[in-house]
Design a protein around this ligand. Structure first.
Ligand SMILES: [Zn+2]
Length: 280
């Protein structure tokens, strides 16, 4: 059992809180006080090099074989988010794990051996109730190559985490997620392929007004732009000094405790609450 697995299995998570881990690129893992294990966009292999020639420059925080998951949530189908070499391993080793993802991920999940009964469709501008996890989605703007890409808020009950996935800075699209008062924002900052750079990401953070902001999607694949995490911290200090902007190492755990916040009445009235199965 690796040090990472040890922490993920055993760390104390206070009631109402969540413990999160950056996995590199746009990947995060979350553990709830009830022991639920949620993975977001885990890129844990060298599939980008195998398929696109994009060499991985930083080691993954864990191997696909080490993943113990109840949910895998994906923002879109690109290889660095829907990992075609890791998802089959995760799906095989975690037979009860389910996969929530937008329509563009359908083919990739099917090819990875995830049957329809284990897939939940994430539609844009909806609230999706997944048992003790609620996922709110809005459209991301990642261009024609991923038209169903979403940005989302993972609502763990006491803590809400906003992840942008890959997108340009689109405040009008993101407004419903801002209105949820996310506690944590996880913006991409690589600044190429249509993604926000560190300044755009800091603008987003200043609009979302979370307690904590942690940048991601940098320094994993050189062809995807270097990203400027220090610039992000500096820009946040200027634009939104009340937000704790911070860097975490891949694999490092951070416990976020709950904090009183207004109810998410805007989204709850605007969105249907049904979750949807894929049909093939
Ligand atoms: Zn990406």
């Amino acid at each position: 059992m690796s040090e990472w697995t040890d922490d993920f299995r055993q760390a104390d998570v206070p009631v109402g809180g969540v413990r999160l881990y950056w996995l590199g690129q746009a990947g995060f893992a979350f553990r709830t006080p009830a022991g639920r294990r949620i993975f977001l966009d885990p890129y844990l292999s060298d599939a980008c090099e195998r398929l696109h020639g994009f060499k991985r420059l930083s080691l993954p925080a864990l191997r696909p074989e080490e993943v113990e998951a109840d949910w895998v949530v994906l923002t879109h189908e690109h290889t660095d988010h829907l990992d075609p070499d890791a998802i089959p391993v995760i799906a095989r080793n975690n037979p009860a794990c389910r996969f929530a993802a937008p329509a563009g991920c359908l083919a990739g999940l099917a090819a990875a051996g995830v049957p329809a009964a284990r897939r939940v469709l994430l539609e844009s501008n909806r609230r999706h109730d997944l048992g003790d996890l609620v996922v709110h989605t809005v459209p991301a703007d990642h261009g024609d190559l991923a038209p169903s890409a979403v940005a989302l808020v993972l609502d763990f009950g006491g803590v809400r985490v906003m992840a942008t996935g890959d997108t340009s800075w689109r405040p009008v699209l993101f407004k419903p997620l801002y209105d949820l008062n996310p506690d944590v924002v996880l913006p991409a900052i690589n600044g190429v392929f249509g993604n926000m750079n560190h300044v755009d990401a800091a603008r987003l953070v200043s609009e979302a007004k979370p307690r904590i902001a942690i940048p991601c999607h940098f320094w994993t694949l050189a062809e995807q732009g270097g990203g400027d995490p220090a610039g992000f911290i500096h820009a946040c200090a200027t634009m939104c000094p009340d937000v704790k902007a911070m860097l975490v190492r891949p694999g490092e755990g951070l416990t976020v405790e709950s904090f009183p916040k207004p109810p998410s009445s805007v989204l709850q009235t605007q969105y249907s609450e049904a979750s949807i199965q894929y049909s093939e």
